[in-house]
Structure formats: structure tokens, C-alpha cells
Design a protein around this ligand. Structure first.
Ligand SMILES: Cc1cc2nc3c(=O)[nH]c(=O)nc-3n(C[C@H](O)[C@H](O)[C@H](O)COP(=O)(O)OP(=O)(O)OC[C@H]3O[C@@H](n4cnc5c(N)ncnc54)[C@H](O)[C@@H]3O)c2cc1C
Length: 166
């Protein structure tokens, strides 16, 4: 349990450290973030080049509702603070033999795209992979990912057994 006059030291100014600092300081706690790099952001960063800055690290804003919740807790509106717009193509991948695969934000479009480039079997494999990931996501979303006290998840042996052993 945190006390009002406690001074919190956060190691690392990646997105996790920065969000923690934002939310803890909003609760009135004194927060200091220590970062070994000369810039904040961690993996979320840009390199300079002759043509201008090049973004590196994350490209897709996944689970926007999580970011919305964080902004709301900080009394901010994400849509007012950031210029967000939906990209039709999420990612374009190239292979040495010239193949090019686009990925989209809907499963159906991705299946179609994979089948077009790699054939029906690959699309079926991706469909199974997507289904497995969906099962894991719904199993862990509330219990672990959005659990304010994730350690408690591992003490729930019955749930653990259900997910991993059943
Ligand atoms: C190529 C790539 C693509 C990705 N694409 C996506 C995407 O599309 N969508 C998505 O949601 N996620 C994506 N991710 C994942 C996402 O980038 C990371 O999950 C997220 O940035 C991790 O943030 P973090 O704060 O946990 O860690 P980091 O960003 O690694 O931050 C940790 C920070 O701590 C600092 N630090 C560590 N040790 C010390 C120390 N001892 N003293 C001082 N400072 C220290 C580091 O310098 C760093 O700044 C991608 C990642 C990569 C690499």
C-alpha cells in the first residue's frame, strides 16, 4: 500500500515507466524516473537520417482502449491529445524472392491476403494460430493483463490448471 508522502523511483523511461509515472503522480505521489539513455521512450524511438527521422520499434497502436483508460485516469482525452487515424494496411512485409504480404486489422482480410500470397494451407495455419491466440487472450485479459495485482493470478491454482492442463 502506497503512502501519500512516499517518493517513488521508476527505473526506465519506456512506455511502461512513463505510464506508471503519469498515473502515480496523478495520485499525488512524488515520482522520479531514471533513464540510462539520453532520450525517453525505450523501444519507442526514432533514428535520425539524412532524409529525416525514421520511427523504430512499435508501429501499431494495439488495444487502444487500454490507452484510452490511461488518458482518462490522467484526466485527458486521447483523441484531443493525439492525431489518430486508421491506416488501411497495418504492415507490409517483403521476402527476398519478391513476395509481398500486407496485413490488415481484420482477420478475414488477413486470411484472404495470406491465401493470395502463400496459398490455402498457409491461410488455414494462420486461421488456427489466430484461434489459439484468441483463446489465450480471453483467458488472460482480465485475469492477468488487466489485473492490478497480477501476482494474485498465479495463486489461483484452479484457473492455472484449467488453462494449462485441461
Ligand atoms: C521492432 C518492434 C516492433 C514492435 N511493434 C509493436 C507494435 O506494433 N505494437 C505494440 O503494441 N508493441 C510493439 N512492440 C512492443 C513494444 O515496443 C514494447 O512492448 C514496449 O515499447 C515496451 O515498453 P517497456 O517500457 O516495457 O520497455 P522498454 O521500451 O524496453 O523500456 C525500458 C527502458 O528502461 C531503460 N532501462 C533499462 N534498464 C535500466 C537501468 N538499469 N537504468 C536506467 N534505465 C534502464 C531502458 O533504457 C529503456 O528506456 C514492438 C517492439 C519492437 C522491438
Amino acid at each position: 500500500m502506497l503512502k501519500e508522502n512516499e517518493h517513488i523511483i521508476i527505473v526506465g523511461a519506456g512506455i511502461a515507466g512513463l505510464v506508471s509515472a503519469l498515473l502515480l503522480s496523478k495520485q499525488g505521489l512524488k515520482v522520479t524516473v531514471i533513464e540510462r539513455n539520453e532520450y525517453p521512450g525505450g523501444k519507442l524511438r526514432a533514428f535520425s537520417s539524412q532524409e529525416g527521422p525514421i520511427d523504430a520499434g512499435p508501429t501499431v497502436l494495439t488495444l487502444i482502449d487500454v490507452f484510452q483508460e490511461i488518458f482518462t485516469q490522467a484526466n485527458l482525452n486521447i483523441f484531443r491529445e493525439l492525431d489518430l487515424y486508421k491506416e488501411e494496411i497495418l504492415a507490409r512485409h517483403y521476402w527476398p524472392d519478391g513476395k509481398c504480404l500486407d496485413l490488415f486489422s481484420t482477420h478475414e482480410k488477413n486470411l484472404f491476403s495470406i491465401e493470395k500470397v502463400f496459398g490455402k494451407d498457409s491461410a488455414a495455419e494462420f486461421d488456427k494460430f489466430h484461434g489459439d491466440c484468441e483463446t489465450l487472450f480471453y483467458a488472460f485479459n482480465n485475469t492477468l493483463l488487466r489485473n492490478g495485482c497480477p501476482g494474485s493470478f498465479f495463486t489461483k491454482k484452479r484457473f492455472f490448471k484449467k488453462v494449462f492442463l485441461d
